[in-house]
Structures are given as structure tokens and as C-alpha cells.
Design a protein around this ligand. Sequence first.
Ligand code: AGP
Length: 610
Amino acid sequence: MCGIVGYIGNKNCVPMLIEGLKQLEYRGYDSAGVGILTDDKCEVVKAKGKVSILDEKVNNLKLSSTIGIGHTRWATHGIPNEINAHPHLNMDKTLFIIHNGIIENYAILKKQLIEKGYRFVSDTDTEVISNLIDRYLKQGNQLFQAVRYALNKVEGTYGIAVIYQNEPDKIIVAKKGSPLVIGVGENENFIASDVNALIAYTKRVVYMEDDEIAVVTKEGFNVKSIHDEQIDKAVIDVDMDIDEITKGGYAHFMLKEIMEQPESLRNSMRGRTLVEEGFAKLGGLIGFEERLSQSKRIIISACGTSWHAGMVGEYMLEQYTGIPVEVEYASEFRYRNPIIHHDDSIIFISQSGETADTLAAMKESKRRGPLALGVCNVVGSSIARESDAGVYIHAGPEIGVASTKAFTSQLVVLSLITLLIARKKTLSQVDGSNIIRELNSIPEKVDKILQLNDEIEAIAEKFVDATNFLYLGRGYNFPVALEGALKLKEISYIHAEGYPAAEMKHGPIALIDENMPVVFIAPKDSVYDKVISNIEEVKARGGRIIAVATENDNNIDSMVDYTIKIPNTIRMLMPILTVIPLQLLAYHIAVKKGLDVDQPRNLAKSVTVE
Ligand code: AGP
């Protein structure tokens, strides 16, 4: 949440700050602001709403500076308005700060500062840091030390950047729990909350770790610990191109990312399957395969869509490896004192690799000695770096707030992990080869489903006015029902619930009437007949039914109002196919309602606060 960007060098930084904020807008978008030094004086411009509003304001002011920082906000403390937008000045307006995270002891610090004569204009926790730094400056410290002392006083999480008019040749940045990278250029340097904002300017980055603080000048950077110890940092080359983070002719990132799935799935499995041996080769797990396959139990922990992927993973792992699996919401796992043994393995799944709850669950559980694996999309992200080992899903940047291609790539990686363990246990070479052949055919099948886009759009048209939706599936497709419902509610604001189909009669059936659309995920698999019975139950009560069914199913059409026919595959891989029509359905309903599908209200792409 909250995007951070900054520049120091010889060029006018204002266009770069605005462009960077546009790249980061998916992180938070209720307000935005930039702070620069002009004639060594602080100048801060803020706007409520999208970065485009800030852009217009900044353009009218014709600002120019060679040092500046920018921020796009997802409100935590204080309503989204211009006053609460970042950057925040200190009381004397000599420095300004941008911040991503939450300062938990801000109320007490604020009270102490008020007692010392400080006045505040905003409701934010961030303004407290600006005045705390000011206090240490007034005690005769240089900016770096003043920021360091201030951060030693605060409790909570932060990625911050600070500029001070009396030391106009530097930006101070620091990180604890919120991501921060330094982009390395020639006679210019950059800072950002993630590399997307930098990629147009440099591919050479330094990932900051928790409790690190750095001075960034136009000539270079120097990183120390929050306790003032010198730290040597490696400069890493990022493998990402600018066209990966543009819409490429699509109306929305979400549609582009849905349509990209044949390619993103190929990337997730590229070089990782040995067809003849029936084996998976996962470079990130080398040296850990034995420990993983000997696990007494596997726990999967994640949030949101990644948690749904974890649920599918549970079905896969239990079916093929015989190892008991538990799937945990990271937000619950971290606080409920879970029983963890050293012979457990825990798989943390996160697209962003920065989700605060998942990261905290990982850190907390690592204390108890299990093998901690990360399944992440963003290379170099915190969860990827903190894990003992892991597998990148290689789905490419996902910008749309609603996760689509990351989900299907997570399922590919979970199927590869399943295969790897299963082959070390009882799965035969022939069965392993069959799974891999099937996996290799998935991108083509996804392509075929995507060709139903117009058909799905026409179905969406009929449901634009719905106020509730029910998604039902069984077995492997129960998590898909949850995911379909999540997609719909987060971008269309239609209330939707996912249920195991058979659970319907234990309560939700009371909701069914002619106004209640029900989406059934009903491929021809071992529970097909049971799902058909559930369809009959809904039909008998007048519910409107959309069914996702397999191509060879000629019976279902007469039982439901709309069918979306998809190719067949093995049960374990079916969710990769069944979820695609649900992504498109949610997308088209939201677009037809005139909503902003890439940046739905109240949400942010990576949830780096609790
Ligand atoms: C998905 O559409 C959501 N926006 C959200 O549930 C997301 O999956 C969740 O916040 C977890 O994010 P992560 O995968 O980056 O950890």
C-alpha cells in the first residue's frame, strides 16, 4: 500500500515523479503528492484522488527541481483528503517526508510533541515522524542522525523518504516492514517502493532490508543499520521490460493480464518439467527436496487469492503425496500461537511478496524451525528473500488490483511442487509423465477459453443489475468458487459468496429465488453427478444459473440458463481452466457497470499494513 518514488540528480525530477506515481498508483490511489526543493526551499503539492489530478495541478504550477519525492496514498490514519495526503512537512516547513506503513505509537509521540509546542495539521501518523525528526535536528544533529534517532523512537512499520532544505544534496530513506529500493543511475539515483516505478530509468537496484537507513545523493548511496553500523549492499540487475508494465493496447491491466495467461503459464513452467522422467525441476528448491518430501505435515499460509491457490494446493498435495496439509489465513496464523514442528514445511504464497500478514506469519513461524518456502511473483520481494528456499511463479508484473494471472501461475507452481514430492514418494514415472503432458497442454486450453470472451461478455450483460451472486463448486473447484466470488465483489461491488456446492442446503439455499444468480463450476469429474443434483435444487427454486462445464457435456445445457464450455483436463489442473471464465465474467460485469476495474474502491494491490 502507498507508493513511494524519489529522484536526485541533474534533471528536472517532476515528470519522473509523476510518471513513477502513475506506475505505482495500483498500490493506493485515494490521494497523491510531490515534494521538491526549489531554491533550497520546500515546496509540496498534493491532491485528493488519482495521480492525474495531481499531474494537472503540478503542470499548472510549472514546477522544476533536481531533487524530489512523491507518494500515492492508501489511507490508514485520517480520511483521504488533501491535508492527510503526503508529503508531510514539519511544523517549521523545513523538511518533508513520505511514508508507507503504520506508526503504532504515534498517539503517544504526538502528545509528547504537542507538549513540547509542536502543532499538527493532519490526522496522520506520518506527520508525527516529520516533527520528531525536526526535534532531533533542533538538538544539533545532521539529518541522517536525526532521522535515525526518530526511527529508534517509533514502533510499527515504515518505508520512508525525507528531504531537508538545509541539506539539499540528499534524500534519507529507511525501511522496516514496507518495501524500499534504491535505483542506481549515472550521476543520478532513484528511490521507490517497488521497481515498477524505476524500470524506465534504471534496471540496477539495491533492495533495502528492515532496519536499514540510507543516504542517497546524486553520486551514490550509503546504507547503515538503524544502530549506525555500516552495511555493504549488492547492486542487482532487474530482469524486467517497460512493456511488461504498460497496458499494451488493452482497455485495462486486468483484461491484459487475463489475456496474457497462456504466456504467463508457459513462463511459470518453462524449463521446470522433465516429461520422460515424469519429474519437476525447481531450481529454487535444490538442496531442500529431501526435507520437503519428508515433511510430516505441510502448512500453506497466504491471504486473499493466494490463499485460494493454497486451498487448491491442499487438494493436490493430499491427493498425490499423502502428506497432511493445512491451509491458514496468514492474518490468523500469525496471532493464534499455532503448533509448528521442526519437521513441518510451510509454504507462504504471495504474488507481491510484501503482504504484511504473510510476511509476519513467515517471520513468526520461522522461530519454531520448520522449512519455510516462498511462492512469490515479485522477484527480490521480502517474502522471497526471507524464506529458506522457494519458487518464483514468473507470471510477470501484475498491476490490476484483482489478481488473475498470478493465481493460475501459483496453481502451476503448486502442481510442480506436488509432482516433485509425489515422485519422491509413490507416484510412478508413467503417472508423473502424464501429469506433465497434461500440464504442458494447459496454455493452449486456456487460449481456447479466452476465445469465449465475447460469449462471456454477452452473459455478463444479463447480470449487470444483480445485487447478489452465489458461486458453487465441489472438490478442487470449491476454492475456484471462492475465487470467482472474490473477483466479482472486489471489482463490481456486487455481494458474492462462494460455497462448497453441497453446503448450499445447509443455509444459503434460503437466499435462492429468481433474483439470485448462481454460478456452478461443474466440469465432468468425480463429483459431477453430485453437482448436477445441486443444480436441480437451485432450478427448483427459480434461481438463474450460469454453469462452467466441460466441452463433452451435452446434458447440462437444458438444466441451466447459460453454459460456458471449456476443455477437459485432469482434476488437479482443472481449477486453472475453470477460473478463467469467472475472471472474464467479473471483468465484464464491472466494466458494464462503469467501474474502475484496475483500481477498485478501498483496495490496494499489495497490503503492506495489518
Ligand atoms: C486479489 O484479487 C486481491 N486483490 C487480494 O486478495 C490479494 O490476493 C491478497 O491481498 C494477497 O496478496 P499477495 O498475493 O500479494 O500476498
